[in-house]
Design a protein around this ligand. Structure first.
Ligand code: PA5
Length: 449
């Protein structure tokens, strides 16, 4: 049992020679990645990470998670972008859909809330309401240590924590995940004596879910991080093969580029399980930040079916033909329910009596794929046997590697993100940050025009 990639429903859109012609390009991308000669070569630590991660730190993460589980009702995870989405994605897939709301008898571990991923005073004050009377620990995650959103949230929650516990006790409840040596957060952690975990220099935010960035919250939730790492380790091995015919990860990278070249410029990551919502958010960051540059790149979007078939469905079936879909699916749902007979049959659903909902969902999926292909939307499928930590580790690695290879096929540096700075510069200038005086005057004049 392993991850399955199936592009049968995209074959009609890509000719055999187009496919074959990508083979040498894939080999070149593979060489660039593995010999570390391509652009962004200093950020390839994630490639061998599942094999080479720091075992001592891993043990410290485990110990910290046990401590948080024993002394906290709530873990607040403060971070944004790559310092947030991976953990949220894993927690949602491996955890209960209503994890935080489960009665204590059914939830052995702390509630987990993510914050510092927006600048909303409403979100933060509402979260503070939820914390009343609860024991809280905080994991602040920021590689740079200076990102505005998490920094503001940390200020507020550190004050909250110190008010509740006093400064000394609060210190024992703050866990920092940041750069090994640099940054404001690292300095603060050293000054205050907070427990500290490392984001390796050579792993960028969007590739960091399998480092302490993702692992501490994941471990606190009780998910099996050993299996997650094992899944990634096995995937690393499997997707090392250079031959396009034998490497599903490279096939995915190749085919999405073939589609892009013929005008399919939007990729929809689709799932039929709401638990995959944040996996899609993680995937969007991974591909959007890696490929959207130099005036190029597939726009990564997502949809949740069958929910969005009742909204976006019309456009997908019938709108502008610049789309392709990648469905992430799970062969066997972890739990299933059976449709019961209703003697009155007012809704006319008795033909489904005795059928499992998983089966109904599968038929919705099969019917949709065929309809969308008929409507001109190529469909790719990435399927995992079960939504377990092991397969999720593999799936994460599958997309990370495909993204690196795909970025090199596209001819961009998949490991930088210069574009995310523009809004920050403007925001700092408008807020009057020292050093931005000239931009402030210019921007304010433009806003007044
Ligand atoms: O992928 C990235 O580099 C970004 O999305 C970052 O993860 C995000 O901006 C957060 O940065 P930091 O961890 O430095 O706070």
């Amino acid at each position: 049992k392993t991850i399955r990639f199936d592009y049968a429903n995209a074959r009609a859109f890509v000719k055999q020679h187009e496919w074959e012609q990508l083979s040498p390009a894939i080999e070149m991308a593979h060489q660039m990645l593995h010999s570390r000669t391509g652009p962004g070569k200093d950020y390839l630590g994630w490639v061998d990470w599942p094999e080479q991660y720091d075992r001592d730190e891993y043990e410290r993460i485990r110990q910290a998670s046990v401590r948080i589980q024993s002394d906290s009702d709530v873990l607040l995870v403060i971070g944004i972008g790559g310092s947030y989405l991976g953990a949220k994605a894993v927690l949602d897939i491996l955890g209960h859909s209503f994890y935080n709301l489960l009665p204590k008898s059914k939830r052995r571990f702390p509630e987990i809330y993510f914050v510092g991923n927006n600048i909303s005073p409403i979100y933060i004050s509402h979260l503070m309401d939820v914390l009343e009377g609860k024991n809280v620990s905080i994991n602040v995650i920021s590689k740079s240590g200076t990102t505005t959103e998490p920094a503001i949230a940390f200020r507020l929650f550190r004050e909250w924590l110190e008010k509740k516990y006093g400064r000394e006790e609060a210190k024992k409840r703050i866990y920092i995940t940041t750069d090994k040596q640099r940054g404001a957060l690292k300095k603060l952690a050293d000054d205050e004596g907070y427990a500290c975990f490392v984001i390796p220099d050579d792993i960028g935010g969007r590739y960091s879910v399998l480092t302490a960035v993702g692992l501490l919250p994941i471990a606190v939730s009780g998910a099996n991080m050993d299996a997650l790492m094992q899944g990634a380790r096995d995937a690393r091995e499997r997707y090392m093969v250079m031959d396009l015919r034998d490497n599903p990860c490279y096939q995915y990278a190749a085919i999405r580029n073939a589609l892009y070249r013929k005008g399919k410029t939007v990729e929809l990551l689709v799932s039929y399980e709401p638990q995959f919502r944040y996996f899609a958010e993680w995937w969007k960051q991974l591909f959007g930040e890696s490929e959207g540059k130099d005036g190029k790149g597939i726009f990564p979007a997502s949809a949740e079916f069958s929910t969005d078939l009742h909204s976006l469905g019309q456009y997908i079936q019938d709108g502008m033909r610049h789309l392709f879909e990648t469905v992430v699916s799970v062969t066997k749902p972890l739990v299933d329910l059976t449709v019961q007979e209703d003697p009155a049959d007012v809704d006319g659903l008795n033909f489904l009596t005795g059928k499992r909902m998983g089966y109904v969902n599968k038929k919705a999926f099969e019917g949709t794929v065929l309809a969308h292909v008929d409507g001109g939307v190529p469909n790719l499928l990435v399927e995992i046997p079960e939504a377990t930590a092991y397969y999720l580790g593999g799936l994460i690695y599958f997309f990370e590697k495909a993204c690196g290879i795909s970025g090199y096929l596209l001819g961009v540096n998949p490991f930088d993100q210069p574009g995310v700075e523009a809004y920050k510069t403007n925001m700092f200038a408008l807020l009057g940050k020292p050093g931005y005086e000239r931009q402030k005057a210019e921007l304010e004049a433009r806003l007044r025009e």
